[in-house]
Design a protein around this ligand. Structure first.
Ligand code: ADP
Ligand code: MG
Length: 586
């Protein structure tokens, strides 16, 4: 690879170049290599991003030249000209780092329009309404991403216009309305920034690339990276791609789809689309999208081509794909693909199915499933619908996974007594200590106000496989008065609460739980893991009960036994304390 090459055409890249081109750029290049319908473009590399920071947050003139050289190539390929009034080339500017950072950095669409170009674009498409709608969208996105004037701020301009014209929906605006909206948007922009909205597409392009680089260092991105262990030094790439339009009429549309169901793993296309819409409309929730299956009736040929493409991509990447697409005048374009995120249950089913379909080996299937997510499957969970409808009153640390719902009690003795009466209880304490063990065991879940992921409550609960939310400092607790307040709600002894030990959420209501579902796929995958693993598994157990559970889960011996835990048993702890405090040897 030539040193210091900062811009790659999509046709020069492939999936193996993810570190340099980012995930989005590398996969767009790969799809082009596979002969799939992808709008052409180029990628400004992650190394250019690092250079930007090394150079004191400036884009070097050499990089700028390469970007314009890339643009010249794109003009040749497309037969259009950037900034030209008669036959304008419009592009999107899209961020894309090595690891997917969803929603971290926003996309700019329709770049290349200005007051003159929009006229030509209207004439060329024969659709002034579409041209001015595209332009006003560009002004909003550019202001938002590059100029720090949020998209939302423009909404009041739109709302005012709707009131004046007596219309309710964006779709009721005419070409003239959008033209006027552009004027008002620009006036609002000037009011906010004190200077005119930039009219030169070349400036717009460089400023947009700079904005993507800058966003790599914004607080949101930094928090996300820290949470997901993504090194700062990776940087982000920027993709510049010819626009295709899903909003030119009823033979156009845009959508997102998974090649399999990401919740269940079922081998069936799963997703949504909107007719006559552009990019962000699907997720923005302005209109309700249609299920992907209905596209088969509306545009059978496009649907078939998309379904075939999804299958081809699965076969190529040997994994479930998460894809974005747009249809322009009945023609399909792929705009993104990546391995799809999925629930633990879906991960198991997809891995097992891919082995059945002979796409991957058993070893690959084992390596593909994230062991951390499987833990959740070994514990009860909230019933999906009820969970969606519920709003938490607060949250603590997700100290021990699983879901629990029960009546609140405030000390270990009550937990044991209520449990013996047949009640399901949640033990709520300022913090727990060794005397509380029996009460913790009698409880379906444990909630504490103080303490971290390694506090007594957290460690013991994990050992017991009991759901625990720890360290919810916002709780004001009155253990003697047997009540606590959180999120403006007062919960008294005997009131129902629900805890989600996997998220830390606390609900002031009775949420139904479903038992752990260690279905066939789980057993199958663990069997494959057993047949290839070299490690032996021994358990950390201090009591006969723990040992029994561990054997059930396949442990081959005891690896760690902490004798002090034996002294915690309720019939022993008093004797131990008396011994420690005794004044005589006997
Ligand atoms: P994110 O990383 O947030 O998903 P993307 O870069 O994928 O952002 O862009 C979001 C959406 O914008 C895409 O799903 C697509 O609908 C639209 N989009 C991006 N580039 C183009 C393009 N060249 N032509 C048409 N639509 C585009
Ligand atoms: Mg995307």
């Amino acid at each position: 690879m030539a040193a210091n090459k900062y811009v790659y055409l999509f046709s020069e890249g492939d999936a193996s170049m993810k570190n340099l081109l980012g995930g989005k750029g590398a996969n767009l290049a790969e799809m082009i290599g596979l002969g799939m319908p992808v709008p052409q473009g180029f990628t400004v590399t992650t190394e250019a991003c690092n250079r930007y920071y090394d150079d004191g947050k400036k884009i070097d003139s050499k990089i700028e030249q390469e970007i314009f050289a890339g643009m010249a190539q794109l003009e040749k390929i497309s037969g259009k000209k950037f900034g030209d009034v008669k036959n304008p080339l419009l592009v999107s500017v899209r961020s894309g780092s090595r690891a997917s950072m969803p929603g971290m950095m926003d996309t700019i669409l329709n770049l290349g329009l200005n007051d003159q170009v929009v006229e030509g674009f209207a004439a060329l498409t024969g659709n002034p309404r579409f041209a001015y709608d595209s332009y006003r969208r560009f002004i909003q996105m550019y202001s938002d991403v590059v100029m720090d004037v949020s998209k939302k701020q423009f909404e009041h301009v739109i709302d005012a216009m709707k009131d004046e014209k007596g219309i309710k929906l964006d779709s009721d605006f005419t070409a003239e309305d959008f033209k006027e909206m552009v004027v008002r948007f620009k006036a609002y922009f000037k009011e906010q920034k004190g200077f005119d909205f930039p009219n030169d597409p070349k400036d717009q392009l460089i400023e947009s690339v700079t904005a993507v680089f800058r966003s790599w260092d914004n607080p949101r991105a930094n928090v996300y990276r820290r949470m997901h262990n993504i090194p700062y030094s990776w940087g982000t790439a920027v993709n510049v791609q010819e626009m295709v339009f899903g909003n030119m009429g009823d033979d156009c549309g845009t959508g997102v789809a998974f090649s399999r169901n990401p919740s269940t793993g079922e081998n069936k296309l799963y997703g949504e689309y909107l007719i006559n819409a552009q990019g962000e409309d699907v997720v923005a929730g302005i209109r309700t999208p249609e299920q992907i299956a209905t596209l088969e009736k509306v545009m059978p040929a496009v649907y078939k081509q998309f379904a075939d493409t999804a299958k081809k991509l699965e076969n190529h990447y040997k994994d479930m794909q998460d894809m974005e697409f747009t249809i322009e005048r009945g023609k399909l374009y792929m705009l993104q693909t990546r391995n799809g995120k999925r629930t633990a249950a879906a991960a198991l089913k997809v891995a097992c199915d891919l082995v059945d379909e002979k796409l991957i080996t058993k070893e690959e299937a084992v390596a593909m499933v994230d062991p951390g997510t499987l833990d959740a499957l070994l514990h009860p969970q909230f019933e999906g619908k009820a969970l969606k409808a519920a709003a938490p009153i607060g949250a603590g640390l997700p100290a021990s996974p699983g879901a629990a719902c029960g009546k609140v009690v405030f000390n270990a003795e009550d937990a044991v007594a209520w449990h013996e009466k047949g009640e399901t209880v949640i033990l709520t304490r300022l913090e727990t200590s060794p005397e509380d063990i029996e009460g913790m065991d009698a409880a379906a879940g444990i909630l504490t106000v103080r303490g971290g992921m390694t506090s007594h409550a957290a460690v013991v609960a994990r050992g017991m496989g009991r759901c625990c939310v720890a360290g919810c400092g916002e709780i004001t607790i009155d253990e003697k008065g047997k009540k606590f307040t959180l999120g403006g709600k007062t919960i008294k002894e005997g009131d129902y609460i629900s805890l989600d030990g996997s998220t830390g959420n606390i609900y002031a209501e009775k949420l139904p739980t479903v038992e752990a579902q260690i279905g066939g796929d789980f057993g199958t995958l663990m069997g494959w893991a057993d047949s290839v693993r070299q490690l032996k598994i021994r358990t950390n157990a201090d009591t006969p009960r723990d040992s029994k559970k561990a054997v059930e889960f396949g442990a081959e011996g005891i690896g760690l036994c902490r004798t002090e835990h034996m002294f915690f048993e309720s019939d022993r702890i008093r004797d131990m304390r008396e011994m420690i405090l005794s004044t005589t040897e006997e």
